[in-house]
Structures are given as C-alpha cells and as structure tokens.
Write a protein that binds this ligand. Sequence first.
Ligand code: ATP
Length: 154
Amino acid sequence: HWFFFDELLRLIIEQFAPIAEMKDILIEDNIEDKLQYFGDKNRLHQLFVILVDNALKYTSAKGRVNISCKKEGSLLRIVIFDTGVGIPESDLPFVFDRFYRSDKSRTREEGGTGLGLSIAKWIVEAHRGHITVESKLVEGTRFTIKLPLKERLN
Ligand code: ATP
C-alpha cells in the first residue's frame, strides 16, 4: 500500500523516545517530508524497530542515534547511525547472517538471538532494496538502506 515514509520514521522515533531518554541518548533526525512510498508498512515498521532497537542497545549514555531519509532520484536512501560500541571489522561480513552475534561475552547479558539483522535484510530485499553496514569499533555503526521508488500514476 501507499503510505508516507516520513510518517513511519517519525512514529518509530516517537515510540523509542522514552527508551532513548531513559538511556540518556539523543535521537536526531533529518527526514524529508511527504515521501510517498509503496510497500508493506508493517514489515518496514519491523525493520526500523530492529535497527533503532540495536542502535540504542549498543550505544551508551550521552551517545547519539541519527535517522535520516531522503529521496535520491528513483530511490529512498535511509541512514541510521549511532555513536555506540561499533562492530569489529572481522565480524562485519557476518552480521546479516542468521543467529550471528558479535562478541558473545559482551552481548550475552543483553539477550537476543542474532536473528534481528537477518530479518532486517530479508525485509529490505523483499522490497527490492539493499542494506549495507559500516562500523568502527568505539566510534559507531551506520546502516544504509536503499529502496527503489515506484511511480505513482494517479
Ligand atoms: P542482539 O542484538 O542482542 O545480539 P539480535 O537478535 O537483536 O540480538 P541482531 O539484531 O541480528 O541480533 O544483531 C546481530 C549482532 O550485530 C548483534 O549481536 C551485535 O553484536 C551486532 N550489532 C547489531 N547492531 C549493532 C549496532 N548498532 N552497534 C553495534 N553492534 C551491533
């Protein structure tokens, strides 16, 4: 269905605001208005729950999570970055694999199954998009999603 992508992202930010406040993390956004998009809104909501939940989970107090979205030609470009613990370079190729969790000793106490990012990738690809990750230990992590836009004919 058609929906406004900016509204979905603002809803996510609203839903995570109490958690961010509790953890003393600033959520910043840079989201273009009136971005009409055709896709599965519920699954895309789940995608951003996974990514923003991780961003907040792996970032400590006084950190930042930034969510941006803009139209770039015939695609939407969404970037979610955090100033958190980062992912070791050697783990980066595997983070989208099922059940993969970086640094088990660090993450075990946080719970989780390592399924989140494999589901995220599946949702993006079901929309014919791409998701990539860049990260630097101690500096933070950046997920970039590109989703092709459909022409609205009416
Ligand atoms: P958990 O996140 O607790 O491991 P999960 O099921 O949410 O469980 P995924 O979302 O698939 O797992 O993430 C896989 C692994 O990638 C995580 O265990 C974590 O090591 C790493 N990771 C994911 N997002 C981030 C991030 N924003 N910053 C640092 N590491 C991350």
